[in-house]
Write a protein of this length. Sequence first.
Length: 121
Amino acid sequence: MRSIVLGAVLAVLIPLSAQAQEVGDAAAGEKAFAPCKACHNFQKNGVGPDLKGVVGRKAGTYAGYNYSAALKNSGLTWDEATLHEWLKNPKSKVPGNKMIFQGFSDDKKISDVIAYLKTQS
């Protein structure tokens, strides 16, 4: 009986573990990043803040960009989990931010964009 219960638990947890540890494809992420280029780049001349080195940066701290109070006061750090939630739905993650992007609905695409952002440090 114990092995049946353990098997059932593992059958549920293994797919969840694999999904949580999904590694993105940076090349696919570069393509998926295309709509972001309207406002963001990896230099100091975009409409939005420079995303060079964004992974690991505290939200709302890029010098020279006028962030919303909501983002400046969010207390977030752009780690993979936070970026995933943000890229899924920025308005839900930080209500009151001024980013107009609605978010990506595809989790794989989000993982790919994060992998790409990690190459831009």
